[in-house]
Design a protein. Structure first.
Length: 392
């Protein structure tokens, strides 16, 4: 196996990655071919071992068949051949090694090392821990039938065992690398999904509020024409300002830098409610009364909650009055910052749509909660809470 960097970092072969191009297949073949150097003993025996011409031909054909079968096993490791097929292939390799050793001599015992290595590479660890010693044991059983076997066998037992178990470790490393690569791809997909959700929430909150305000001011301008041209012109100027600000907000949201603040949203809520003809009661918009312990993430979550609540008042409720309060009550779990938006209209959205769902996710991300529902016989109330002083 080519132990190179991952395929997405260099144009080579990644660990546990199937070679796709001819170049990658060639590189992998070269790495595997390095280990064929140890077949020099059988090749030398064919050339100088004093065998007959027929024995040399049959021995060469047998060696070629053995190497081809071995390469098929090693090359297909990443594809995860079925275990029964691997066991059959290993049995064929072991039979070839046995026949060639018994007919041609002790030099051919090295083939059992390749049987051990291929079993470690192609079988799961729970099976290869038996097949590796099994291949070594078969070599030990066959060796005494060959002349001069004792000194030759001593140099093959350790390579057979160590090579086979080394391939078990390499196979485990390959599997782990493949799982890590899949996990990284999953994490990347989840991050992309989270970014899409963030974009959906931001665009919904930004455009829903801004477009509602533009619609209201357009209606006002239409009613003022032609009797109050100056007032209508002022409404048109406001529409232009809101549109420009919405464009800036969308660009910042796309860039991931936008973080609304409570003072800014209080000022925007005052403008939107006034344009809708709703009598508003809001805290001071300068931020002087805001709890200083709020983190940026917590303040942002409350600011989004205020924006969504005011947008719902303007678009859905038909309310005449709206009250916004910002308090810091003490609870059993510690102090919390509580934002309450209440109106006297016909009610808020009938179901938790994208806006309220997005708010719930934002608040939960900073350890907060959201509750929204009817407030008495008429009206709607939204309450957003975040723990004071906790770090998200």
């Amino acid at each position: 196996m080519a132990l190179t960097k991952e395929a997405d970092e260099v144009p080579g072969i990644g660990i546990g990655v199937k070679p796709l191009t001819f170049r990658q297949q060639l590189v992998k073949a070269l790495w595997i071919s390095i280990w064929l150097f140890y077949l020099s003993a059988p090749v030398t025996d064919l050339i100088r071992g004093g065998h007959s011409t027929g024995a040399r031909i049959l021995g060469a054909l047998g060696l070629v068949a053995f190497v081809a079968w071995y390469l098929v096993l090693v090359f297909r490791t990443v594809r995860q051949m079925a275990v029964p097929r691997v066991l059959v292939s290993l049995a064929v390799l072991a039979a070839q090694a046995t026949v060639l050793s018994l007919t041609l001599g002790r030099e051919w015992l090295v083939l059992f090392v390749y049987v051990s290595i291929s079993s470690g590479a192609a079988l799961p660890p729970e099976i290869s821990r038996w097949t590796v010693p099994g291949a070594t044991a078969l070599m030990i059983v066959v060796a005494p039938a060959l002349p001069g076997w004792d000194a030759y066998l001593a140099g093959l037992v350790v390579p057979a065992l160590m090579g086979g178990f080394a391939m078990v470790g390499i196979r485990a490393m390959i599997r782990t690398t493949m799982e890590l690569r899949e996990a990284r791809a999953t994490v990347a997909q989840l991050a992309a999904n989270e970014e899409r959700l963030r974009m959906a929430r931001d665009l919904h909150d930004l455009l829903g509020h801004s477009l509602s305000l533009i619609t209201l001011k357009s209606e006002l301008a239409g009613r003022m024409l032609p009797d109050q041209p100056d007032a209508a012109a002022q409404q048109v100027a406001d529409i232009e300002q809101v549109s420009r600000q919405a464009l800036v907000d969308v660009r910042e949201a796309v860039s991931g830098y936008r973080r609304p603040t409570l003072p800014g949203e209080l000022a925007g809520a005052r403008t939107a409610l006034a344009a809708a003809g709703v009598v508003a009661k809001l805290p001071a918009g300068d931020g002087a009364d805001l709890p200083g312990e709020l983190t940026e993430e917590q303040e942002s979550a409350l600011a989004w909650s205020l924006r969504e609540a005011v947008t719902n008042v303007v678009r859905h409720s038909g309310a005449k009055r709206c009250a916004v309060s910002l308090e810091t009550p003490q609870t059993l779990e510690g102090p919390v910052v509580e934002l309450t938006v209440r109106d006297d209209g016909a009610g808020g959205p009938s179901t938790h749509g994208n806006g309220l769902t997005g708010l719930t996710e934002r608040l939960e991300a900073v350890g907060g909660t959201l509750s929204a529902g009817p407030a008495g016989p008429s009206g709607f109330r939204l309450v957003a809470r975040v723990p004071l002083g906790s770090r998200s």
